[in-house]
Design a protein. Structure first.
Length: 442
């Protein structure tokens, strides 16, 4: 594959509508699966409390992060912000955390794609379907960001419409007692245990910052993208939560048999089956269109991961071939291909929950360092051109910082083994960086 040696820059082709499609698309698979596993930890009330605080976290974070993205519109996102505010070491750690989030989230979603597809074609195993999806959507991202963004917008709109259809079918059958039954089985400990799954509702929206270099007017449009996306996602989150649980109680969308035992990655089909059965037109339509929700997030996060890995290579913080742009398509092809290889390796572990948890820890690290960077840059560079300033400063970023630290500690406490794996990955990367990094010569 021909690669341009001159990193002249990424194409500026993204409009505000495309940014909305990307922002919602990155996240929307979280409405279709994963979040329901938090009900097993905390029950309806436990997950609801966790989700309430996570909505506050993400709303405040989105506008705080928009300030950084508008002021420093670079493909590296938090890597560029932290490097400028805190130096190359903390910048590197922020960049690694971002890459871990974006590279480990797609394999978890790929499992969901394979599982949904397997419902239609039981004879085809989940893993080959998931790997095939990787090849298809990596290729689409290599072809060009505009084609990728248009496709993302199309499938995101379909996925949003499907959630509205699901809500329209289920809400007339809503019963309030289904929300209150066994609502707080594990007390406040269940709230903290449910946090990773509440985060999964919104994980990935920060990927909007990584396409800032490809936005026609980043100083104006990135804010519009963040604002419209988080508004849409909060509404969808509340709709899905209330509609899915209100049909038959939280156990009915957590366990495959509706009582106990094996958990399910298909809460919406389980809820819908309570009303229309599991063989009717509406049920199969949900399964068919539900795939678009998975594809939207999978495809969008592959795009964001490619940009963050590309920026690492371009600045010499990783092997330089990762920072090369394809001369024909003007996309970070090498970064996309390496990310795909790592994702497929993660897929082969067959541990969806563990992959999700590691991705969440990467995201929380990103949020913590991003907010520190915002506060430091306000003091360090007061004259930096900021087309948008987060309302309520400094309370807004401080609130995000506190909530993110609490969430990280809770996730680490309930997943000690995985937290050691995550910290080990970051530490090993940092050691290799210190050994091999060479400061660019001017």
């Amino acid at each position: 594959m021909e690669i341009s040696e001159n990193n002249s820059g990424l194409k500026k082709t993204l409009s505000p509508l495309m940014l909305w499609g990307l922002g919602v698309g990155y996240v929307i698979s979280g409405m279709y699966f994963g979040w329901n596993l938090g009900l097993e930890k905390g029950g309806t009330l436990g997950l609801a409390i966790a989700t309430f605080f996570i909505i506050i976290l993400y709303t405040c974070f989105s506008f705080s992060y928009a300030e950084l993205a508008c002021a420093i519109p670079k493909a590296g996102g938090v890597f560029d912000y932290a490097k400028r505010a805190l130096g190359k070491d903390l910048g590197f750690i922020a960049g690694v955390a971002q890459i871990i989030e974006f590279v480990f989230a797609p394999p978890a979603i790929a499992f969901g794609i394979g599982a949904y597809f397997n419902l239609f074609f039981p004879g085809i195993p989940v893993l080959p379907i998931s790997i095939t999806a990787y090849f298809i959507f990596t290729a689409l991202n290599i072809v060009g960001v505009k084609a990728a963004a248009i496709f993302e917008l199309f499938i995101t709109i379909i996925a949003v419409v499907e959630i509205l259809i699901f809500s329209g079918v289920t809400l007339p059958h809503f019963k309030s007692e289904n929300l209150t039954h066994n609502a707080f089985p594990n007390g406040w400990g269940g709230v903290f245990a449910a946090l990773p799954f509440a985060i999964w509702f919104f994980l990935g929206i920060e990927g909007l910052a990584n396409v800032a270099e490809e936005t026609k007017n980043p100083q104006r449009d990135i804010l519009r993208g963040f604002g419209s996306a988080i508004f849409t996602l909060v509404i969808l989150c509340v709709l899905v939560f209330v509609a899915a649980i209100g049909v038959g109680g939280w156990e009915s969308i957590v366990y495959k048999n509706g009582i106990s035992g094996d958990t399910s990655d298909s809460p919406l089909p389980l809820a819908m089956s309570k009303i229309v059965g599991n063989s009717g037109f509406m049920f199969h339509m949900l399964l068919t269109i539900g795939l678009f929700g998975f594809v939207a997030s999978f495809h969008g996060l592959i795009l964001a991961a490619g940009r963050s890995t590309f920026e690492f290579g371009k600045t010499g913080f990783a092997p330089k071939f990762l920072g090369k742009i394809n001369s024909k398509f003007k996309t970070p092809a090498n970064a996309l291909l390496i990310n795909m290889a790592v994702g497929i390796i993660a897929l082969c572990t067959n541990k969806t929950a563990d992959i999700i948890t590691i991705s969440v820890m990467g995201a929380l690290t990103l949020y913590i360092i991003a907010m520190i960077s915002l506060i430091v840059l306000r003091k360090k560079e007061p004259d930096l051109h900021r087309p948008f300033k987060v309302p309520g400063y400094p309370a807004t970023p401080f609130l995000v910082l506190i909530l993110a630290i609490i969430c990280f500690c809770a996730v680490a406490y309930f997943n000690l083994k995985l937290s050691f794996i995550y910290i080990g990955l970051v530490a090993l990367s940092w050691v290799l960086f210190k050994v091999f990094y060479k400061k660019p010569t001017q």
